[in-house]
Ligand binder design. Structure first.
Ligand code: SF4
Length: 242
């Protein structure tokens, strides 16, 4: 019976997109991903002075190519997107359902946060807005804020990933949170990493300046998984295929 109460009480707090009539779960997944991309792309185009945290911790050229060739970014559908989506929905529901047991007084999901950042770019001061959406923002019994960032991965090798830690620490700064939890769900294990050092404002300024100079890729492995690698002159050469 608890599950019934859980679904009735919490499901209305999740955003429902207008997918129209679908013939299968597969079509539902594809429609959801396309709608989410369109919504995200619309927001990015409407706010040219806003940088999203998810872009900030990745190769800046990917952002440039997503704006120039949205058709390429939109056309990519992989099963791992579905797994990631389901993991987020499930864990966000669990965090609400077991808030008390987890020591949370309050739980917010998909919480929008933002901050204005001043950067000096070639001696030209510029103000940009840094925006992000936090998977779970909880408040504990001491009124301290906790950011929970959910990640799925194919394996547990090399966890935690540097750019994920950076993303979490940026969210901690934007949410004024003293604690952050990076929660990985992989076929090998569930791994949880706790951080108490939010990114400083100076770190944010440096990251934004690097982004605005389009210095990429940030990591060589990014090109291997990049949708734009077949058109990008900055792609790191794949030595194995030479
Ligand atoms: S191929 Fe590499 S350098 Fe080019 S956009 Fe993709 S990640 Fe960036």
């Amino acid at each position: 019976m608890r599950f019934l109460r859980f679904s009735e009480k919490h499901v209305e707090q999740f955003e429902k997109l207008s997918v129209g009539r679908v013939s299968s779960f597969t079509e539902l997944f594809v429609r959801l991903q396309l709608l989410e991309f369109d919504e995200h792309y619309r927001k990015v185009r409407e706010h040219p002075l806003t940088i999203w945290v998810s872009y900030l911790v990745a190769c800046p050229l990917k952002w440039f190519y997503t704006m120039k060739y949205p058709e390429i970014a939109r056309a990519t559908f992989r099963g791992c997107f579905v797994l990631g989506k389901l993991a987020h929905l499930g864990l966000q529901q669990l965090a609400k359902l077991y808030a008390e047991e987890l020591g949370f007084r309050q739980v917010e999901i998909e919480k929008d946060v933002e901050k204005r950042i001043n950067v000096d770019l070639n001696d030209l001061p510029r103000i940009v807005r840094l925006s992000g959406r936090i998977d779970i923002l909880a408040t504990d019994e001491d009124d301290e804020k906790i950011v929970v960032e959910i990640k799925t991965a194919r394996s547990d090798a090399y966890l935690p990933h540097e750019h994920h830690v950076q993303q979490l620490r940026i969210y901690m700064n934007l949410a004024n949170a003293s604690k952050g939890v990076l929660l990985y769900i992989t076929p090998d294990r569930v791994a949880e990493y706790t951080y108490t050092n939010p990114a400083s404002d100076e770190e944010l300024q440096k990251l934004v300046a690097t982004f605005l100079r389009f210095e990429g890729p940030r990591y060589e492995w990014e090109c291997t998984y990049c949708q734009f690698s077949s058109i990008c002159p900055r792609k790191k050469t794949n030595q194995a295929k030479r």
